[in-house]
Ligand binder design. Structure first.
Ligand SMILES: Nc1ncnc2c1ncn2[C@@H]1O[C@H](COP(=O)(O)OP(=O)(O)OP(=O)(O)O)[C@@H](O)[C@H]1O
Length: 254
């Protein structure tokens, strides 16, 4: 479904991403993890063609170069997008329907129904008429996600979709993504800082450090005390959680 081959990015004079190759199958969830500044966001932006890149990106074996075509196939929720002033939550989410609305045309009944359903699933119905600039951090994050889900694209690329969310909303968003990929076969790629959450929800993890893919595999293969300790420079204890997947604990220093 998504394949990158030796994807590299230079920003300014810095090599920010170096020859990252990955494959994500239909219906699979890949979590990209790594320390601050490792290149995780840049990897997603490079897949979207938002930064100059070397190497190739294929969706179902083909490059998707035309923006409207790509928008129907891939939805991207950046980490901290600039939200327009003077726009309601409903209208902002409606931007996700742009690839389906004819030039100079208006949204259809179905477009409005899709938005209503997405807002409902993200607990945003009561905020539909509010202006986006007045929302709290967690509300904004869910609105950005709503716009991405409204695209109804088979591939979702989400940069840190849960950082600003309280525990209940984190679970709501992650469970929603899980249902979408298991039920509708969506392919999900997220960056996630919470390693335990990454290990709990993703099928596979890709550990990026210093712009390179340094490990990838099932959560239990990547979330090891040795790999996490070395690349995050953290002292951690990793144990199997209730479902057998690894849970990462910080060890308090003395
Ligand atoms: N325009 C730019 N010019 C030079 N360096 C840049 C530019 N944009 C980003 N970088 C650098 O690229 C590196 C990777 O950034 P990126 O945002 O991809 O990291 P990240 O892994 O997502 O980090 P975080 O966990 O902090 O969000 C960082 O060191 C950043 O400072």
């Amino acid at each position: 479904m998504i394949e990158t081959r030796e994807l590299s990015v230079v920003l300014g004079r810095r090599q920010v991403l170096s020859e990252v190759s990955l494959t994500v199958a239909r219906g699979e969830w890949l979590a990209v993890i790594g320390p601050n500044g490792a290149g995780k966001s840049t990897l997603l932006r490079a897949i979207m063609g938002l930064v100059p890149r070397a190497g190739s990106v294929l969706f179902d074996g083909a490059p998707l170069d035309r923006p409207r075509e790509r928008a129907r196939r891939v939805a991207f929720a950046p980490q901290t997008p600039a939200l327009p002033a003077d726009m309601t939550v409903f209208d902002y989410a409606l931007l996700g329907r742009t690839p389906y609305i004819p030039y100079l045309g208006r949204e259809s009944r179905r477009d409005r129904d899709v938005i209503a359903s997405v807002l409902d699933r993200l607990d945003l119905t009561e905020l539909a008429g509010r202006r986006v600039e007045n929302l709290s951090g967690g509300e904004r994050q869910r609105v950005v996600l709503a716009r991405a889900l409204a695209q109804e694209a088979p591939v979702l690329l989400l940069d840190e979709p849960t950082t600003a969310l309280d525990l209940g909303h984190q679970q709501q968003v992650l469970e929603l993504l899980d249902r979408l990929r298991l039920g509708d076969g969506l392919t999900v790629v997220t960056t996630l800082h919470d390693l335990s959450l990454a290990g709990q929800y993703a099928d596979r993890l890709l550990l990026v450090a210093d712009g390179r893919a340094v490990a990838s595999g099932k959560p239990v293969q990547v979330l090891t005390e040795e790999l996490v300790g070395r690349h995050f420079e953290a002292h951690v204890k990793i144990e199997p959680g209730p479902d057998g997947r690894p849970v990462v604990h910080l060890v308090r220093g003395r």
